[in-house]
Design a protein around this ligand. Structure first.
Ligand code: ADP
Ligand code: MG
Ligand code: ZN
Length: 502
């Protein structure tokens, strides 16, 4: 098969995502007061409502409605003053009442959008001129969201003896109804995404947004956030959509990108060979890096959707919506901009920290106790060193960053100190002093070392003067050696250059 970049020169990909998110931070299920926990003994958190016993009546979970309204507000949706719960009928053991309670044409949240910033290598996937690109190739892609609706999750089925979780050749199927009735929100995008990278970024941004709202733990790995990728291709310059395929079983950002990449290339090959792309559901097999057919769509599914007679039309008052709005915290984009403007952080660092609420809180705690000019160093430490640690505190990071910013230690030493204090309550200052790591920033002493080294290394000095500037590295090494590692290499470098240029 051809490579993605090559395919995307002739073909344009059209991608739409359907994203399911379990509202895992709630205490109870969507329509009953059963406990929300998947870790409990199977089939212990169940009742007549979530098992669908005749005569049991559902009562909507107010907190779940608050969560979906917050999700809608954070993704620029219009919150509908009146929406409806529907019954979607199907027969499968994972839903014992034989219909899923979901929403019809009018969902709680409609017509939103998220803007994606596509930068770096990923921006190269989009070769066309339908977006305006900055001089570095980056661009902004506005992605429309059709709707976010409320529904309930089905039970969890485990097929023992099946292959890759599929039912084929399964010896036995087990059902855990604990998950049945878990509040679930489904977001559907318009087919506005054009590259696998954009799809990946959309999911990432959505995850960051929902995490910041605190409505879910958003784990792709554990399935609390799940995504189906719909994709078709069309010849560049044409406007009509091609036939799409839908991919299930995507449980990481990487899988989403790779599955779409594979599928775009596969469809291009089929069409270029004069074949037909069938509308079908395909299954991504990460280990084999390919998609395989799950089922072919022959006719439209007949879910016999109708408004649930047990649930009245749902009206949301302006006050309710305003209360939800007040609870929406500062979102990642706003946070990123604040970090850039107030702290002078690099855009990439600011975005990375702001994207994860736990990291942002940690960063802000560390920053609260340091001098202004140390803040970018704190960001550097949080982005580049902290992820490799298990348990360091914001106070330790603050102290370490101050040492680093004052050139008392090098970046490599900072890494070493973190390894030592990880999981302890030790103060980095103490480690630095105990181990004699503190580097001299006394310029007079350092200058004396520089003079001594330059007097000795006449060959290198001549090479430098002849234009070989790289030789400074060797001279810094000599200075470090002469000072027995106590001098600051950054300062040595600076002093050496000053002296050699003079
Ligand atoms: P279905 O009825 O097959 O579920 P929908 O119209 O509900 O299809 O759309 C499901 C998802 O597929 C949406 O995210 C939508 O943006 C996307 N989609 C629709 N048509 C196409 C297409 N031709 N190519 C790619 N994605 C599409
Ligand atoms: Mg659909
Ligand atoms: Zn229940």
């Amino acid at each position: 098969m051809k490579k993605l970049q090559e395919v995307l020169r002739d073909w344009e990909a059209v991608i739409g995502l359907e994203v399911h998110t379990e509202l895992t931070t709630l205490e109870t299920k969507m329509f009953c007061d059963c406990r929300l926990s998947h870790d409990d003994e199977p089939n212990t958190n169940v009742c007549p409502v979530c098992l669908g016993m005749p005569g049991a009546l559902p009562v909507p979970n107010r907190k779940a409605i608050e969560s979906i309204v917050m999700a809608g507000l954070a993704t620029n949706c219009e919150i509908q003053p009146r929406s409806y719960f529907y019954r979607k009928h199907y027969f499968y053991p994972d839903m014992s009442k034989n219909y899923q309670t979901t929403q019809g044409p009018v969902a709680f949240c409609m017509y939103g959008h998220l803007d994606l910033e596509v930068t770096g290598q990923g921006a190269k996937e989009r070769p066309d001129s339908t977006v305006s690109k900055a001089s570095d190739g980056s661009y902004v892609a506005p992605i429309r969201i059709l709707r976010i609706h409320m529904e309930e999750d089905a039970a969890k089925m485990v097929h023992v003896g099946g292959t890759e979780g599929r039912i084929t050749s399964a010896a036995e199927s087990l059902i855990d109804y604990n998950r049945c009735g878990t509040p679930l929100i489904e977001l559907v995008t318009e087919p506005d995404l054009r590259t696998p990278e954009e799809a990946r970024l959309f999911m990432e941004k959505l995850r960051q947004t929902f995490l910041t709202l605190g409505i879910s733990d958003c784990s792709l790995e554990n399935g609390s956030m799940r995504c189906d990728g719909n994709v078709s291709i069309r010849r560049r310059g044409t406007t009509e959509f091609g036939t799409k395929t839908e991919m299930k079983n995507i449980n990481s950002f990487k899988s989403l990108h790779n599955a779409l990449e594979y599928e775009i290339c596969r469809q291009a090959e089929v069409l270029e060979e004069g074949g037909i792309v069938y509308q079908e559901t395909r299954h991504w097999e990460p280990s084999k890096r390919r998609t395989v057919v799950m089922r072919v769509k022959e006719t439209a599914d007949d879910y016999r959707m109708y408004p649930d007679p047990d649930l009245a039309p749902f009206d949301l008052s302006d006050e309710f919506v305003e209360r939800c709005r007040a609870r929406v915290p500062e979102l990642p984009d706003a946070k990123r901009d604040r970090y850039i403007n107030d702290f002078g952080l690099k855009r990439a660092d600011a975005a990375q920290i702001a994207g994860d609420p736990a990291t942002a809180t940690f960063f802000e705690q560390a920053v609260a106790t340091v001098k202004d000019k140390v803040v970018p160093t704190v960001a550097n430490v949080v982005v580049n060193l902290v992820p490799a640690t298990k348990a360091v505190t914001s106070a330790q990071v603050a102290s370490l960053s101050s040492l680093l910013a004052a050139d008392a230690i090098t970046f490599a030493q900072a890494r070493e100190v973190l390894e030592v204090i990880d999981g302890t309550t030790m103060d980095p200052e103490k480690i630095v002093d105990e181990r004699g790591m503190r580097q001299s920033t006394d310029t007079d002493a350092l200058s004396a070392t520089v003079e001594e080294v330059l007097a000795r290394c006449t060959d290198q000095v001549r090479q430098y003067k002849e234009g070989n500037k790289k030789v400074v590295g060797f001279l810094v090494g000599q200075c470090m050696k002469a000072s027995r590692g106590t001098g600051n290499p950054k300062l040595f470098n600076q002093l050496l250059r000053e002296r050699l240029e003079a």
